[in-house]
Design a binder for this molecule. Sequence first.
Ligand SMILES: [Zn+2]
Length: 198
Amino acid sequence: MAYKKTEHYDEKTTAGLIENYREVLNLVGEDPQREGLLKTPERLAKAMQYLTQGYQLDAAMIINSAKFHEEVSEMIVVKDIEIYSMCEHHMLPFIGKAHVAYIPNGWITGLSKIARVVDVYARRLQVQERLTIQIKDAIKDTLNPLGVAVVIEAKHLCMMMRGVQKQNSVTTTSAFDGEFLKNATRSEFLKLITAKLD
Ligand SMILES: [Zn+2]
């Protein structure tokens, strides 16, 4: 086998989560010994560590691992980056898309690194507003570009499944810096992320 993907979960964290999730099952009126639920606390313990892996990741390290000197001064846009995050108020998912742009000032990074930086902050307990700003700041601090723009559109399961039960509302947040504070640049970016290529 030339390629093998391995997953690693911290043993102590996993054991602690398993114990607590068994208790959660009890408290919601389930029987953790029921066949279908026997391995659920373990699966959930692993899923939760996967969904919060961003705490162990460093956005600056990821960008600096693929930082190239390049005399490009055109806007670079990566759009429709999928977001799978969890709101910190209910620990329910919010899912959507991020659109990220920057105007280089001598340095660029790999396009996939932009998507990975989005994940660094999305794979934590979040509020969409902070997630947007953290992505913008990570790019600003590492590449020192002439401008950065981040727009996130997401649906929040805590609004859809409970509370006000609004299934179709989408929350949009944005963060702009540098050149993107100018109307013309910002409009060009917004046009690019809403345009259909065909
Ligand atoms: Zn929520």
